[in-house]
Design a protein around this ligand. Structure first.
Ligand code: IMP
Ligand code: MG
Length: 186
């Protein structure tokens, strides 16, 4: 009889301190989906996912919205892999379809300084949206540089660099199934 396979986890060497476990995140996103379903009754919300960090949140959130939604993707860059936002925002991949007359719901992983979302909201408004709101899984209120109206918020978190559930550190940890504070970049 062969010995049981000793699978070493991709994450076992990293210094990760769990902040939000998977069931907690799932339950909160279920509630957010219900709020959105109620608020947009009779409408067809157009979900815009901000790549790449928001893809995991989007996939969970959209399955909890009981409405005829549509989805599009945009990628922005704040230049480089630094763990601090530079403030400069550039559209790396633009939307596929027009926003004219749409009820847009921007789906973001984390609201930090607010610079990225402020840029995006102004950009989307200039494309003739009917309405635009934000859904963000995580919020770091202590880091805000610009006031942003967050219609749907998953969790307030402290000022720490977090990874997992889509969020990365230099592209790593997006596949971690929970949200953790990264203590060490290893
Ligand atoms: P903001 O423009 O400062 O609000 O930056 C938002 C973006 O910065 C997010 O979409 C993330 O890509 C990134 N970000 C901010 N804080 C964190 C973090 O703690 N972990 C991973 N990415 C973060
Ligand atoms: Mg992001």
């Amino acid at each position: 009889m062969a010995q049981a396979e000793q699978q070493v986890s991709e994450f076992s060497g990293a210094q990760l301190d769990c902040l939000l476990d998977a069931p907690t995140i799932r339950n909160r996103i279920q509630e957010m989906g219900k709020e959105i379903t109620r608020d947009y009754a009779g409408k067809q919300p157009h979900l815009i996912c901000v790549l790449k960090g928001a893809v995991v949140f989007l996939s969970e959130l959209m399955r909890n919205i009981d409405l005829p939604i549509s989805v599009d993707f945009i990628a922005v860059s704040s230049y480089g892999n630094a763990t601090k936002t530079s403030g400069e925002v550039k559209i790396v991949k633009d939307l596929d379809s027009s926003l004219a007359g749409r009820d847009v719901l921007v789906v973001e992983d984390i609201l930090d300084t607010g610079l990225t979302l402020t840029y995006l909201i102004n950009n989307f408004k200039s494309r003739g949206v009917e309405s635009v709101r934000i859904a963000a899984l995580l919020n770091k209120p202590s880091r805000r540089l610009i006031e942003v109206d967050l219609a749907y918020k998953g969790f307030d978190i402290p000022d720490a660099f977090v990874v997992g559930f889509g969020l990365d550190a230099a592209q790593r940890f997006r596949n971690l199934p929970y949200v953790a504070v990264l203590i060490d970049g290893a």
